[in-house]
Write a protein of this length. Structure first.
Length: 197
């Protein structure tokens, strides 16, 4: 509440009997947190991939689509016996040892219900570089977006999400000639029914 931000490589909220509220000016932030190299490409100009492939510009010499390194799968659920074990549920860095291309992290929410208030991104696991970053003189490829999993039971309260609130796991943007963006991440809404007001 009150403009607060919970930030980390992994954010895990396990409150099966409670309502999780992210108020108007607050956010869960796992953007640009991962330096994993699962989906980092062998070619220096190709962005990182997650479930989907990274961006590709047809003009890049020597590009071989068979060398695209994707990982993970859409139906993968968190390991309930150890929620901290992310395995392949996290974004990749665009280029090893370059934190300006870091991938999105991981956010898990197990709750009775979820309420998102206000405008804009409330839950974020985006990759770097961000769209809001200014142009620069050097080149960067994008990291891949992260992993967001939300499961609610709605026993005590109904979910409520403002029509202007968003959940994001965007791939990183590309800066420079012959650089490409990273792939988007994964957002899993497990049995999430929404009462929009």
């Amino acid at each position: 509440m009150n403009g607060s931000q919970i930030e980390g490589k992994q954010i895990i909220i396990e409150a099966p009997l409670s309502e999780v509220v992210i108020s108007d000016s607050s956010t869960l932030w796992a953007s640009g947190q991962s330096i994993m190299t699962y989906g980092t490409h062998l070619m220096k100009t190709i962005g990182a991939a997650f479930i989907g492939q990274a961006g590709y510009c047809g003009g890049i010499d020597g590009f071989d689509a068979s060398r695209q390194k994707t990982y993970g799968y859409f139906s993968r659920l968190p390991q309930k016996s150890d929620l901290t074990a992310f395995d392949d549920e996290i974004g990749s860095i665009g280029r090893p040892n370059d934190v300006e291309t870091a991938g999105g992290g991981r956010i898990l929410i197990y709750a009775d219900s979820l309420r998102l208030e206000g405008v804009g991104p409330k839950i974020q696991a985006n990759a770097r570089p961000y769209a809001s970053q200014e142009a620069r003189r050097y080149s960067l490829m994008g990291g891949s977006g992260g992993y967001i999993f939300v499961k609610t039971a709605e026993v005590n309260k109904k979910n409520s999400i403002s029509p202007d609130s968003t959940i994001e796991a965007k791939g990183g943007y590309a800066f420079g000639k012959e650089m490409t963006g990273g792939s988007g991440g994964v957002v899993v809404l497990d049995n999430l029914k929404v009462d929009q007001k």
